[in-house]
Design a protein. Structure first.
Length: 240
């Protein structure tokens, strides 16, 4: 199968929004791993005076992770799926959180303006048609020395890690999602990980986009070698 893109992917996420939280809750460590990646931004607690962009917020799991780590930050959470955003908005949030309906490629048109002190992107980059263009946009929205943390399924390149990912998807995730009527989306999610960059390739991509201090940090549990936090920093005075 081919992966979904743009409007087709947003529509699939709209349909899956009703069951998305229940499915991710069955993933051991899902929310704890997001909080770990948010801490890897290494921003001062409690985030007073900081502006953070949560890019690809979905139903708000990544937003909640940022709120837990930076409770006083001003957080702009963006997603292309209206259905996922409706679920996110229905939850209780601090006054500093706002949600914006926009694709990652259309932030300017949606009125999302920098500079931000940090950008957090969870499970986003393998789902966009042009990750390099989105990285350029993110780079330009950051303040000098602004931080980036990408929490993503980026396989190590070891065949065993790819085999674990495929086994989990085929043995657990796909049967449940298919029963809920969202098999097409989750087949895309499996395939999008297999087809996307390895973690080494993605870190190179981030460096090429103009970030320095780029590192790939592992996550524990069954996702070791499957999910990573890739962090980087916009160089002072860097522009395009």
């Amino acid at each position: 199968m081919t992966v979904l893109r743009d409007a087709d992917l947003a529509t699939a996420f709209d349909h899956a929004a009703h069951s998305y939280d229940a499915l991710v809750a069955a993933n051991p460590g899902y929310h704890a791993h997001l909080r770990r990646s948010a801490r890897r931004l290494r921003l001062p607690h409690p985030g007073t005076g900081l502006r953070v962009l949560d890019l690809g917020c979905g139903t708000g799991a990544s937003t909640a992770a940022l709120c837990a780590v930076l409770p006083d930050a001003d957080i702009t959470a963006v997603d292309a799926s209206a259905g996922m955003l409706e679920r996110a908005r229905s939850k209780p949030w601090p006054a500093g959180v706002r949600f914006v309906h926009a694709p990652a490629e259309g932030l300017t048109e949606a009125g999302v303006e920098g500079p931000f002190d940090a950008v957090f992107a969870a499970y986003l980059f393998r789902n966009v048609a042009d990750p390099d263009a989105v990285l350029t946009t993110v780079h330009d929205l950051l303040a000098p020395h602004g931080r980036l943390a990408v929490h993503e399924y980026t396989l190590s390149g070891h065949p065993g890690h790819r085999a674990v990912w495929t086994a989990v998807c085929r043995g657990l995730v796909l049967p449940v999602a298919t029963a809920l009527g969202d098999g097409g989306l989750y087949r895309h999610l499996w395939r999008s990980v297999v087809d996307f960059d390895t973690v080494g390739q993605f870190t190179d991509r981030v460096r090429t986009a103009g970030f320095d201090q780029v590192r790939a940090l592992p996550l524990p549990g069954w996702q070791t070698g499957i999910t990573h936090t890739v962090v980087g920093r916009r160089t002072a005075g860097a522009g395009r």
